[in-house]
Write a protein that binds this ligand. Sequence first.
Ligand code: PRX
Length: 636
Amino acid sequence: MSNYHIKNFEEYFHVYRKSIRNPENFWEEVAEEHFLWRKRWDNVLSWDFKKPEVKWFEGGKLNITENCIDRHLRIRGDKTAILFEPNDPKEAAEHISYKELYKRVNKFANVLKSQGIKKGDRVCIYLPMIPELAISVLACARIGAIHSVVFAGFSSSALATRINDSSCKMVITSDGGFRGNKTINLKSIVDEALLKTPCVETVLVAKRIKSTIEMKEGRDVWLQPLLDKADEECEIEVMDAEDPLFILYTSGSTGMPKGMMHTTGGYMVYTAFTFKNVFQYRENDIFWCTADIGWITGHSYIVYGPLLNGATTVMFEGVPSYPDFGRFWEIVDKHKVSQFYTAPTAIRALGKESVDFVEKYDLSSLKTLGSVGEPINEEAWHWYNDNIGKKKCPIVDTWWQTETGGIMISPIPFVTPTKPTYATLPMPGIQPTLLDENGKEITGNQVDGRLCIKFPWPSMARTIWGNHDRYRETYFSAFENMYFTGDGALRDEVGYYRITGRVDDVIIVSGHNLGTAPIEDAVNEHPAVAESAIVGFPHDVKGNALYGFVILKETGEYRDHTNLRKEINQIITEHIGPIAKLDKIQFTVGLPKTRSGKIMRRILRKIACDEIGNLGDTSTLLNPEVVQEIIDNKID
Ligand code: PRX
C-alpha cells in the first residue's frame, strides 16, 4: 500500500499511527516513491528544537522545478498546468500547458541569469496575479535563486523593508495590475521603495496595464524583449535538499516582519503530499485556490503543491466582487472547477449578498471545498456547505501557517467526517499537543490550551532570515522542546481540534496576519500622536477589525477629529498597506498600564469587544482611573 494517497478513515488511522511510530521511515517512503532526486539523501532527519535546527533529507540533491514541470512532460505535456483567468471576464482565459510552462520558465530563468542572478541571490517579486508571477517564482527556483514574493497590496515602505531585510539584488514587477474596476500602479510604488534600497541592481518590468511608466536608465529593464531573445532550455541548478527555496515575510507580534525561510526537499515532499490528500486530487480535476501568491497559501497550493502533482491550477487575477458578486461562481462554472479553496472572509462577504449570484451558475463540478487563514464561524460554514457545496462537498477547514509551509490539521475529504468550525485531525507525521500556561501537556479530550507541535515535519521554516535568535525566541522558547504556534485550540470529545485564535499580539483581519506593533509604530509617526495601542474586535465580514486607542500630544490643536482619523489611516496605508487601516479610532487621555509601564492590551481588547462586565482586577494598574474614562468614550 502506498502511503501517498489516503482513501478511507481506517487507512488514515493506519497511516497516521505508522507516521508517528517512525516519522523518518514514513517520510522517506513518500520521498522515495514520488519524486525525482538527482542524488539520494544520506540522512532522513536530524533535529534539535533547542538550537533550533532541523534538517530533512540531508545530502539529497534535486531541483523542485524538475519535479513540478520536467517530470510531467512525457505524460502530461499538453495538459493545462496553469489556467489563468483574467480580471476582466471578457478577456480570454489562458491555458498554459506543461510543455509551454517548461519553455516559459526556462526562458525566464535564462533572463535572470543574463541579468547576473545566480544561486543563493535573493530576488524580490512584486507582481499582480498574472502568469509571470508563478513563472518568475519557478524561474528563480530553477536556477537556485531565493524568491521573496511580496504581496502587491503592500505599500512602498513595507516593500522597501522586505527588500532590505534580505538584501534582494533584483525586483521583478509590472507596470501595474488590474483589480476589479481599479488599476494599481505597481511600478511607481517600486520606484518609491527603491529610493531606500541600495541593494537592488536591476528591476525587471512586465507589461500588464500598458500605462506609461518611468524606466530608470541602467536599472530598469523591460521583461518581454529579453524573454523574446532567451533560449527555451535552461539546465536546472542541482540543489541540496536543505538549500533555501524561498523567503516569505509574515507579521510578528513585535517589530520587523519575519522573513520565514523555507528549504527545498522537505517543502517539496510535504506540500505535494498534503495537496494530494487534503484535496483528494485526481487526474483531470481542476483545482482553484483563490489566494494571492503573495501569501503562503498561494506558494504551496497555487504553485508548488498542484504542479508537483501534475495538476491543473487556476490563477485568478481579480476580486470576488467584480463585475459582480457572482464572479467566483461564474469561474467555477466556466472552468468546471473540482476543488475550490478560499478564506472565511470571502465566504462571509459573499454570504451577505443575494443567493441569486450563486444560483445563476452550475456548480455541479465541485467535489471539495476548502477554507484557510482564520477560524471559520458556524454561519459561514453552513452557508458555504448549503449554497456552494449543496451539502455534497466536504469542507476541509485547513489549519496551518506561513511557518509550517503546508497544511497541518485538516479533514481529508470523503475520509474524515467533518464538523463545522473544526479543523479536525492532524496530517500524517504531525504531532499536535495542547499545553497549559505552565508548559504542561494537557492530556485527554474536551480540553483547551496553547497549540504546539512536538516533532519536526518536512516543510517547517528553518529560520527567520538573518535572525536565528528571533526564530528561537518566537517559536521554541515558550515551551521546552516544542514548536509553539501562537494559536489557542481546543480538543473535543473525539480528539478533533478547533482553532480558537491567536494568543499573542497578532490580529487576523480578512485572513491577513497583522502585528499590532508595526501598526502602532505607524500611528505614532503622526506628529499629533503621543502614544497608541491597537487591539482587535469581532467584525462580521473581516473576522476581526482594528480598534486604535490614541493619546494625542495636544488635543487643542487638532479639534477636527474626522480629519485626524483620516490622516492616521493614511499613514498606516503608506507604511503597511490599506489592509491595516483602523476601523475605529478613539482619542483618549491615557492608556491602562502596569506598574512597569506596559500597556494592558487585555483590558483594551475587552472594552473594544464590549466585554466590560469581566475586565478582571484593574486595581493593580498604574492608572486605574483611565479605564472608566475609556469605557465612557468608547466608539460603537
Ligand atoms: O491563527 C491561525 C490562522 O492563521 C494563522 C497563520 O497565518 P498565516 O501565516 O498568514 O497563514 C495563513 C494561511 C495558512 C494561524 O496561526 N489560521 C490559519 N488557518 C486557520 C487559522 N485559524 C483557524 N482556522 C484555520 N483553518
